[in-house]
Structure formats: C-alpha cells, structure tokens
Design a protein around this ligand. Structure first.
Ligand SMILES: Cc1cc2nc3c(=O)[nH]c(=O)nc-3n(C[C@H](O)[C@H](O)[C@H](O)COP(=O)(O)O)c2cc1C
Length: 198
C-alpha cells in the first residue's frame, strides 16, 4: 500500500469559490492521487477546475471544524495554480490534475506537483493530534461503520487526548465527539456494515 498523507485540500468551484475538505492524498512517485468518494464537492470541482492545493497542517481544529460545519478558515491565493492556500499551513503543494482514473465509487485524480513551499517548522509528533485525525475519519464514516467499532475506537483514542492534548486538540475532540453522539441520537439502533478502505 502506498503512503497516504492526511491534509486539507482546497479546490475551486465554477464561480471560483473555494471548497475546503480533509482528504487523504495517496503518494504516487513525485505526485499525489486525490480520491474523492462520489458524490462530493471536491470531485465536482476537480472536473470543473483541474487544480487543487494540498495544505499540510498540524492544526487538527481545521479537520474537526470542516467535518462539523465550520469551513470558514483564513485563506490566501495560491501562486502557481488557480486555487487557495490555508493560512497557517506548515507547508503546501499546488497540484494540477494530469489524468483521471474513473471509478463508480471513487475516481482517482492523478496530480503533478506544480509548486510547493514550507512556511513553518514541524514541531514533532503529538499523540492527541493523531487521535483526533483518527476520530475525524470515524466521524466522516458514520454511515459506513458499525456503531460498536466506532465507540470502541473512540474509547481507546480518548486516552491519548486526555494525556497529551493542548487546547486546540481538546476543542477538536469535543466537536467530533459531539457530532458522533448527535448522529446516534437520531440514527436507528443498528448500523449497516460497509467498506472501510483508506
Ligand atoms: C483525515 C480524513 C481523510 C479523508 N480522506 C478522504 C478521501 O480521501 N476521500 C474522500 O472522499 N473523503 C475523505 N474524507 C472525508 C471528507 O473529508 C468528507 O467526506 C468531505 O465532506 C468530502 O466531501 P466534500 O468534498 O463534498 O466536502 C476524509 C476525512 C478525514 C477526516
């Protein structure tokens, strides 16, 4: 399996407005594959404007915010492709779609890196940040995964949050747990099991 980097992807719609979403980019040589599930705004945008920016950030509140309705994060223009860069990203890569591999579930946009830049140092691993990313993935797949699995994994991930989180990680965790609890308040008691995938 190739390496996957979890990042914040920005794309532009037909009116030039930015769409922001957490996505796992699949490494492919010097480039990246963006694989959005159908249906998604990222997928629609990439067909209209075949460029994207991969924003590499350790601010897990952006991931949690995007999944819980807050997509209002400061942006600036990209320099080498039509697109926008997340202010505060540690680094970013400006991407151009080179080819598209069609798929009924999850088309793959093979992208080449047009430009990349670093903006701030990597400050080291933090377990709570990794736990929040895992929880964010669970929160984005509530319709696919069994409730028992989600609750078991959350209980384990919570240990790292309690031991190692700073204020942004605590807030991101709170938002995600609230979203998950809210989902089960309104969902039927049994959840269908579905494909997991990366
Ligand atoms: C860390 C992380 C990685 C994700 N990776 C993907 C991905 O590779 N493809 C995808 O379709 N959704 C992925 N998601 C879920 C999307 O962020 C979410 O479904 C989003 O709303 C995409 O749909 P949109 O483009 O319509 O906003 C990921 C979520 C998280 C938290």
């Amino acid at each position: 399996m190739p390496m996957i980097r979890e990042c914040i992807v920005t794309t532009l719609n037909g009116e030039g407005r930015t769409h922001i979403a957490p996505l796992g980019l699949i490494q492919e040589g010097d480039g990246w594959i963006i694989a959005p599930f159908r249906p998604s705004a990222t997928l629609d945008n990439l067909r209209i404007t075949p460029f994207a920016v991969a924003n590499f950030t350790d601010d897990v509140l952006v991931f949690a915010g995007c999944l819980t309705g807050n997509k209002d994060w400061p942006l600036r223009s990209a320099t080498h492709v039509p697109g926008t860069v997340l202010e505060g990203a540690l680094a970013h890569a400006e991407l151009e779609v080179a080819s598209v591999e069609e798929d009924d579930q999850r088309p793959r946009f093979h992208c080449r890196v047009v430009y990349e830049a670093s903006h701030a140092p990597f400050k080291g691993f933090n377990r709570a940040q990794a736990a929040v990313i895992e929880a964010a993935i669970l929160a984005s797949r509530l319709h696919m995964l069994p409730r028992e699995k989600i609750e078991q994994e959350l209980a384990y991930l919570q240990i790292a949050v309690e031991k190692t989180a700073g204020p942004r990680e605590h807030e991101a965790w709170r938002l995600l747990v609230e979203k998950i609890e809210d989902h089960y308040k309104h969902a039927p008691p049994t959840q269908p099991e579905g494909p997991e995938g990366p």
